[in-house]
Design a protein around this ligand. Structure first.
Ligand code: CP
Length: 306
């Protein structure tokens, strides 16, 4: 039980371990047949207490592509959580049926509670507004694969920087690389939390907070767009007022560098116009594909098979 390795935060892996994970993911992409039976006889449980398309399906696809099987639930209402079962009791139960578990939960820290009671590896697949480590692994693999490095970038993070857990995880992960400058692009109400800017100040990492996307476009090497997180707003009126604050259009893309990449964790609502999808710099659907490769690499690593 003590040798169990979970993934709660992208920082659970050192940068050297991440390099190894990303090398494995790239090798899986190039040589899928080599890995097609790696997880024969193994079972992944997906315990999703919150909606998901990419994360859950990419975990499931990852396990099938490794030769394993999948069980789980995609809605708390169809599990015994609806009868009041605790996360601790659920994971003890799931541990009897599966070899590894990916858990998404609206409460921050719930996957950590599960991990503390689990006899199988637990992967945090998103906990409230806190962390989304496998999205961060996806983002880093996408950047590293398409740019060839994870250092020396100016990255713009745009949209809901207050509630966006993918943003918080990505910032925490990127600060470990050299010469990263952050430009936080948001309306006043959706600014990145103070604990993040305080941490950047403490570490002497360069950042700016701006409202205009257009003005900073020419400076960016990477633009990470996010949707406004309706489910985390207390007030529908505020959501409606802010939801279309940023819309990335072809005209705005003309202001950007020729090799700037546009990433988005998805789902998209309105914040990237569909006319941008054909721009070769728009890599958010490639990012989805990288998400599956990195989850394959992660499952293999946490099961001790890689
Ligand atoms: N990026 C992401 O977490 O997407 P889903 O909510 O569809 O899983």
């Amino acid at each position: 039980m003590n040798n169990l390795r979970h993934l709660m935060s992208p920082l659970d892996f050192s940068t050297e371990e991440l390099d190894k994970l990303f090398d494995l993911a790239n090798d899986i992409e190039k040589n899928p047949a080599k890995y097609a039976h790696l997880c024969d006889g193994k079972i992944l449980a997906t315990c999703f207490y919150e909606p998901s398309t990419r994360t859950r399906l990419s975990f499931e696809s990852a396990m099938y592509n490794l030769g394993g099987n999948v069980l789980g639930f995609s809605d708390a209402g169809s599990s015994s959580a609806a009868k009041g079962e605790s996360v601790s009791d659920t994971i003890r139960t799931v541990s009897c049926f599966a070899d590894i578990c990916a858990m998404r939960h609206p409460k921050e820290g719930a996957p950590m509670v599960a991990a503390s009671k689990s006899s199988i590896p637990v992967i945090n697949a998103g906990d409230g507004g806190h962390q989304h480590p496998t999205q961060t692994l996806t983002d880093l693999l996408t950047i590293r694969s398409l740019k060839g490095r994870l250092d020396n970038f100016t990255i713009g993070l745009c949209g809901d920087l207050k509630f966006g857990r993918t943003v918080h995880s990505l910032i925490n992960a990127l600060i470990r690389y050299e010469n990263i400058t952050f430009i936080f692009i948001s309306p006043e109400e959706l600014k990145v939390p103070d604990y993040i800017t305080d941490m950047l100040k403490d570490k002497g990492i360069a950042y700016e907070e701006v409202i205009s996307l257009e003005n900073c476009m020419p400076k960016l090497d990477l633009l990470y767009m996010t949707r406004v997180q309706r489910e985390r707003f207390f007030n529908e009126e505020d959501y409606v007022r802010l939801k279309d604050f940023y819309i990335l259009t072809k005209a705005k893309m003309q202001l950007a560098k020729e090799d700037m990449l546009v990433l988005h964790p998805l789902p998209r609502v309105n914040e990237i116009s569909v006319e941008v999808d054909d721009d070769p710099r728009a890599v958010y659907f490639k990012q989805v594909q990288y998400g599956m490769y990195v989850r394959m690499a992660l499952i293999a690593t946490l099961l001790g098979l890689a």
